[in-house]
Structure formats: C-alpha cells, structure tokens
Design a protein around this ligand. Structure first.
Ligand SMILES: *Cc1c(COP(=O)(O)O)cnc(C)c1O
Length: 443
C-alpha cells in the first residue's frame, strides 16, 4: 500500500480489500462546486453543436438518417422489473427504466456522446481557423472535399480500454483525419480489429489504461498537428456527455414521470475514469438540482472514483494504492485512477458509489436478456444493481436524511454499451451468465 492511502479510513480500506460488493455514500454531497468554465452555458453550446452536426452525421453515417443524425437512445421501461428483475423490491408502480445507450449507433456505447462531440468540436475549430466556415454554421461543411484534404494533414489520437477508441477512431477517420488509438491490455481483440478495418492505426500497450493514455499523450506532444483526446482531463468529452440531460428530461416528461424533490430521479451509471457518468450527472444536476440523486457503479477491483472521493484530497489516489489489482471483465470500467477533471465536481454532486463483483455482471447481463430481451456488454450490466442497493438497509439513513420516499422515485439504469459486441462473444457472455444465474437461483 502506498502513502496516498493514508487519507482513507482503515475500515473502508479493509472493506474494499475484501472485494465484496458494497454501497458507499459521499459525505461531501451538496458541497460547493469548484470554480469552473464548464457552466450551464457551456453545456448549451455543446448541445447546439451536436444539433448543428445532425446533417453531417447523416452524411457520414447513413444509418443515422432514421434518427435524423441525433446521437440519442431510447428510455425503455423495464416491464419485467417488478416480477422478474427485482422481485424482492416492493415497487407499487412501473418506475424503473433503462437508458439504452448500449444501442447508440456507430460507436456502440455511451462513448459516442462525448467522443463524437470532441472530434466534431476540434474539426470545427480547424475548419474555422482555415476559413472553411464561420462560427455557429451548420457543420455539414466539415464534409466538403476541401475540409477532407485539410483534415488529412492532422492526426487525432486517444488512449482507451476500447470503447472510447472506437468512438474517436471511427469519427476521426470518417472526417478524413489520420486516427491513432492507443489501447491498453484489457482492450478486446474485436475492438482493435474493427478499428483497423476502418483505417485506424491501433497501438497496443502492455500496461493498463493509464499507461495507454500516457503513451498517447507523450506521442501527441511531439506532433503539433496532433490533437490528443485526453480521457482523464477533457472538457469537450465531459460537455458532450452533459449535453444529454435535456433530452432525458424530455423523455421523462413523455413517460409522464414528474421529477421534483418529492418525486426524485435516481440515476445509476457504470463508471470507469468518471468522464461519461460524471458529465451526465453534471448535466442532470444543472436541470434537476437536488431532485436528482446519482450513483456510480464500479467493479470491486476498480473502485477508482469511490477511492478518490473517500480520500477527499486534491492528490491522486488510485485503487493500486490500497492494494487492489484493477482486474475485471468489465473492460470499460477497468480504470485505476479517476479523472482529475471530474472528481472535484463529483465530490459535490455524487450521492454515492456501489461496487459490483464480476459474477454479478454476468448474472445481470443474462437476466436482462432473459426477461427483457436486451443484450448488453459486461460493463453496461454494472448499474442494474442500483435499485436493489437503494432499497437496502444500507440506504435507509441516506434516504431519511434526503427526505426521499423511494416509492415516489423514478429510477434510471444507464445501459452503456453492447450493440457492437460480436455474436460469438455475446454468446460466451450469456453462457457464463446463465451458469452463474442458475447456480445462484436454484435453491
Ligand atoms: C467508458 C465506459 C463506461 C464509463 O465511462 P467513463 O467515462 O470511463 O467513466 C461505462 N460503460 C461502458 C460500456 C464504457 O465503455
């Protein structure tokens, strides 16, 4: 254990080291946000940028025409929630939804939101600098032959455990950039292959996610015409995620779900470095304030946001610092150190974190398929335990302090990835899940 762990309570360290699922509440919830340029206006700018790119996205990816070029997903009621998925919860009404980012086109995961936004924002900036367009114009101009020639002189690179690489690599290549993705050890072979098939250069690193990011960052520094998408520090990624909040608010209205202090919104999202779930939480807080309660789900081996927030320090504290190995089947969540951009926001806004054991991921993934016919990847299955935790004895004190009557809440489980997983891989996941499910539920 490193000296950084000294800032954590010994009993919490001990609990985390046991690697059994747990629920942790953030004692600093409701504190002050750090000073920031990431204002509500900045979120609005990102949202408008994504609107201005709808024609561009339809042009680059005809499969997006049916969605009018919107990077958006359905809000699905989990119809079997009461009887099958959560029979132990006494829920009187249909109140549990799945936000279906596992269906997001092109990138196949939540990373489409932040990743596409950043690549488009960078392209826009380069095009404006070269007088190919003016500010605030429709971004279809980024698809012109002149723009393509211009972009071919530039490189866009990223370090990733897989899904961010898919998102950035595919969008950058489609616009004509040279695209380079630095992958960490846990990145799946099919993700590397998919990128190479699209003309993206994939560089494999022997280290973990942080090592892949560091490798990419160092290489980008040497090349002034290279933009590095920095998952640990990027405001453009963060704002791309935050931009989704308004559409979710619209979807909840369409479902006739009232959201206010008395009828709170409970959000459960899997977290890796914290960028995607942090941005979403930040965007939702800007709209719903105290009426939204956000919880992150992290693997027991990789609870990096939990560790960072519990240590309550500006110094980075990683899961390695407390002797965890960051080894999990949830490749999208295998991150040892939380984003230094995002964790100060989450210190003030995140309600808590629950951890998930790997077998539970497969159990969840199998049940979603069996009862709802929804296929997700292991990382995306992490949040499904959210409603169980919030109904547990461990949550009573929190709910009382927040004056939350859980019967009046709307629950949104964020499903973060899966539609690109090859059938063969998915069948392996399902088989594993079935074995675990049957052994858990047979008695
Ligand atoms: C990246 C990812 C997450 C978490 O996002 P972070 O920004 O790394 O916290 C969750 N689920 C899936 C499937 C992902 O790819």
């Amino acid at each position: 254990m490193s000296e950084n762990s000294a800032m954590l309570a010994p009993d919490l360290i001990e609990q985390l080291q046991q690697k059994t699922a747990m629920l942790w509440f953030n004692p600093n919830l409701g504190g002050e946000l750090p000073p920031t340029e990431l204002t509500a206006t900045a979120i609005q700018v990102a949202q408008e940028r994504l609107q201005r790119s709808q024609a561009l996205l339809c042009h680059l990816f005809p499969e997006l025409i049916e969605h009018q070029g919107m990077i958006e997903s359905a809000l699905l009621p989990l119809n079997q929630a009461e009887q099958k998925l959560f029979p132990q919860l006494e829920l009187s009404t249909q109140a549990i939804y799945l936000k279906a980012d596992h269906e997001l086109a092109i990138a196949g995961s939540i990373k489409a939101r932040g990743g596409f936004h950043e690549v488009i924002a960078i392209s826009e900036k380069i095009a404006i600098e070269h007088q190919l367009m003016a500010a605030d114009q429709d971004l279809i101009r980024l698809a012109s032959p002149q723009a393509k020639i211009l972009f071919s002189e530039y490189t866009i690179s990223v370090g990733s455990t897989g899904n961010l690489g898919l998102s950035i690599g595919i969008m950058a290549a489609a616009l004509g950039f040279k695209a380079v993705v630095h992958m960490s050890v846990e990145a799946k072979q099919w993700k590397k292959q998919r990128l190479r098939d699209r003309g993206v250069e994939v560089i494999e690193h022997r280290g973990d996610y942080a090592a892949a990011v560091a490798g990419g960052r160092a290489e980008a520094k040497r090349n002034p015409k290279c933009h590095f998408v920095d998952d640990e520090q990027s405001a453009l990624l963060f704002l791309g995620y935050a931009a989704c909040a308004e559409y979710l608010a619209t979807q909840l209205k369409q479902q006739q779900r009232v959201i206010d202090r008395e009828h709170p919104l409970m959000i459960y999202i899997p977290s890796g470095v914290g960028g995607a779930p942090g941005g979403i939480c930040y965007g939702l807080k800007a709209i719903f304030g105290d009426a939204v309660h956000c919880f992150f789900a992290e693997p027991v081996a990789s609870p990096c946001m939990l560790v960072q927030l519990a240590a309550d320090t500006d110094q980075p504290v990683s899961v390695y610092d407390i002797g965890l190995d960051n080894k999990t089947e949830a490749d999208g969540l295998a991150v040892g150190l939380a984003s230094s951009l995002v964790s100060p926001f989450m210190r003030a806004q995140l309600s808590g974190v629950f951890t998930v054991e790997d077998p539970q991921l497969y159990d969840n993934l199998y049940q979603l398929k069996q009862f709802e016919n929804i296929e997700v990847e292991p990382s995306a299955a992490a949040a499904l335990q959210g409603p169980v935790w919030i109904n547990s004895a461990e949550a009573k004190a929190y709910l009382a302090a927040q004056q939350v009557d859980i019967q009046k809440a709307t629950h949104v489980i964020w499903s973060t990835g899966g539609c690109l997983v090859p059938q063969q891989e998915m069948q392996k996941f399902q088989k594993l899940g079935q074995d675990i499910y049957l052994s858990q539920h047979s008695h």
